[in-house]
Design a protein around this ligand. Structure first.
Ligand code: ATP
Ligand code: MG
Length: 229
């Protein structure tokens, strides 16, 4: 029950391909992330940032080993592995179901808590606009919501699930400057002890990261300051 505790990640010799015969998008990469640190993930368009985040979630076919707090992904179930993570994808697909179900898939939280978290991420006024509020049914990937709002919904879900490791894939692409401030505040408030991997093209959202990963030509480099990039 107490795993993961610190959220320390070790990635060893990770190779990721989309097809058996295809080229490796990431080839034999290794790096570590300190538990509780925020790491900026950089690289050109198509370099493999989203691919790396999918691989961490075991959504892509991979060789190599990843462990969290010393526990290898080969020794825990897929379900337990994924439960360690909160994810805000680049393009969000919302499951058909109510706001409530999307925020709290296992019905673990009171309405009061759902509203508190919705407010924290700036979604309260959005949900209030819909008839039935939390019971409003989202259909067809949640097309009634903007992509930015869908990302905030994922963020709220990650707060509620008390994820130890948060993966954020280019949140700034769809969020306006005010919403980005909300995201920043949330990272400080609700994810201050968590390990955060933040994929970004822009420098500004990365300023609070303690280290950086740069993907270039299917390999990865680690930097401890943004000036060195
Ligand atoms: P961006 O900054 O545009 O989001 P990225 O760094 O996230 O780019 P990825 O989406 O990880 O890049 O893509 C890396 C490479 O993997 C690209 O060459 C892309 O064409 C390929 N790729 C991504 N998804 C798939 C897929 N589902 N099937 C096959 N190839 C894919
Ligand atoms: Mg991407």
């Amino acid at each position: 029950d107490y795993w993961p505790n610190r959220g320390h990640m070790d990635v060893q010799g990770l190779t990721v391909k989309y097809t058996e015969a295809g080229r490796a998008v990431l080839s034999d990469i290794s790096f570590s992330v300190e538990g509780g640190h925020s790491v900026g993930l950089l690289g050109r368009t198509g370099s493999g940032k989203s691919t790396l985040l999918s691989a961490l979630l075991r959504l892509a076919s991979t060789d190599g080993d990843i462990s969290i707090d010393g526990v290898s992904w080969s020794s825990v179930s897929l379900h337990s592995w994924r439960k360690a993570f909160g994810v805000v994808p680049q393009k969000v697909f919302i499951l058909t179901g109510t706001f409530r179900m999307n925020l709290d898939p296992y019905s673990r939280h009171s309405d009061e808590e759902l509203w508190r978290v919705a407010e924290e991420v700036g979604l309260k006024s959005v949900i209030e606009q819909f008839p039935d509020k939390l019971d409003f049914q989202l259909e067809d990937g949640g097309y009634v919501l903007s992509n930015g709002h869908k990302q905030l919904l994922c963020l709220a879900r990650s707060i509620l699930s008390k994820a130890r490791i948060l993966l954020l894939d280019e949140p700034s692409a769809y969020l306006d400057p005010i919403t980005l401030q909300v995201l920043r505040k949330t990272l400080k408030q609700s994810f201050s002890d968590c390990t955060v991997i933040l994929s970004e093209h822009r420098v500004e959202p990365l300023l609070e990261c303690q280290s950086f990963l740069m993907i270039e030509g299917s390999s990865i480099k680690t930097y401890d300051s943004i000036q060195k990039l």
